[in-house]
Design a binder for this molecule. Sequence first.
Ligand SMILES: [Zn+2]
Ligand SMILES: [Zn+2]
Length: 299
Amino acid sequence: MASATPTRYQFVWIALAVGPMSAVHIALVAIPFVEFTLWSVLLMLAVSRFIGLGVTAGFHRCLTHHSFTMPRWFRFLLIAAGCAALQKGPLWWVSQHRLHHKHSDTLDDPHSPVIKNFFHAHLGWLFTVNPALPDAHLIRDLTKYPELVWLERLWVLPGVLLACACYAILGWGGVIYGYCLTVVFVLHVTFAVNSVAHLFGRKRFDTGDSSRNNAALGILALGEGWHNNHHRAPHSARHGFAWYEYDETYLFIRVLAWFGLAWAVKLPTAAGQAGETSQVSPLTKETGELPEPVSSSVT
Ligand SMILES: [Zn+2]
Ligand SMILES: [Zn+2]
């Protein structure tokens, strides 16, 4: 699906879709008028992990790539946390990311900085793709779960609830710093994986695209910045292959597994890490509820 200039109808949908993420940017004008304290920092750290891991472990590694499996009730909670990051609904997110892997750095990639430009890959693509209707074929393995379809329709609600919780904890400082500023930070770190991590960094594997391992994003994006590794082995729950490639999301998945909340955790084979193949093998038997992705080319 190539990006195209939106029609007037699409423009309205795009405005509605990017409205919440625009609102948290605009809210930052209140920063000079709201006190910043140590509690603000602690709340920002907590919220950044809450919504960030919802996106990285929930939207990305679980829903998009089936790199591990969770109980449905816990998956619902984690995906709801990801919705509070205001990156639109989980099914739309998955469909766009599967398109990215299927057509990486070609004309049909929704956000390639190589084919278009840095700004397009970072933000501009959100104003050119159809934000209303996920490609049904790309997400048919997920639409059979009513709770995911429900979150897709009400994706703004978890963010509103989290902003209210931040207000209850720290007042307007909680809303402006704990929620709005943190969401803006997580938004741009996520966008940077699409833009920066396809332009700047080390290219360990020849993956047929422009993906890079970017150390700064590896840390800031909770492990998602080891993006060349990820394009090498998309189904792997672990993106940081080497000991020095800090992968906070994988550590989170390990903790979940320890508590019995994650299983069928997939890792790259030794051959995959050595550059001989991109296959991954499951650590444990595939016993989860989620089927394999819709086709081998959609990873
Ligand atoms: Zn990529
Ligand atoms: Zn991916």
